[in-house]
Write a protein that binds this ligand. Structure first.
Ligand SMILES: [Zn+2]
Length: 119
């Protein structure tokens, strides 16, 4: 069995560090024709200024998944690790499963934050 919980928590630490080092949230979209496709931080400084194909869609995605969203994902993944704790009999206290492999809930949490799960 992989140590999926440790991998999730390590990835949470990485993502949290990235999110906290980034420009302050919330991020917002440029609202005029002159700054369409631009992303601004909470202080009004430019995070991204891009022009070209899909720039508005790219900017909208960055705003939705900015540092605040990353911190929420990290909090959720950590909560999943807390909820799905195995007892000494490999019985999950969270979902009640008796496990021979990884907890399916932890596997889902791992996928959400980009942890590679071995087959
Ligand atoms: Zn479980």
């Amino acid at each position: 069995m992989t140590d999926l919980r440790a991998a999730i928590l390590a990835r949470c630490d990485e993502l949290e560090q990235l999110a906290r080092a980034a420009s302050p949230s919330p991020w917002s979209l440029g609202e005029t024709p002159f700054d369409s496709g631009h992303v601004y931080d909470a202080d009004g400084y430019t995070v991204v200024s891009h022009e070209g194909d899909n720039s508005e869609a790219n900017a909208a995605l960055l705003v939705e998944f900015g540092p605040a969203a990353v911190l929420e994902l990290v909090a959720g993944a950590r909560e999943m690790c807390e909820l799905h704790t195995l007892n000494w009999q490999n019985y999950c206290e969270g979902c009640g499963a008796v496990l021979v492999g990884d907890d399916p809930s932890l596997r889902a949490a791992a996928r959400m934050i980009g942890v590679t799960i071995p087959a």
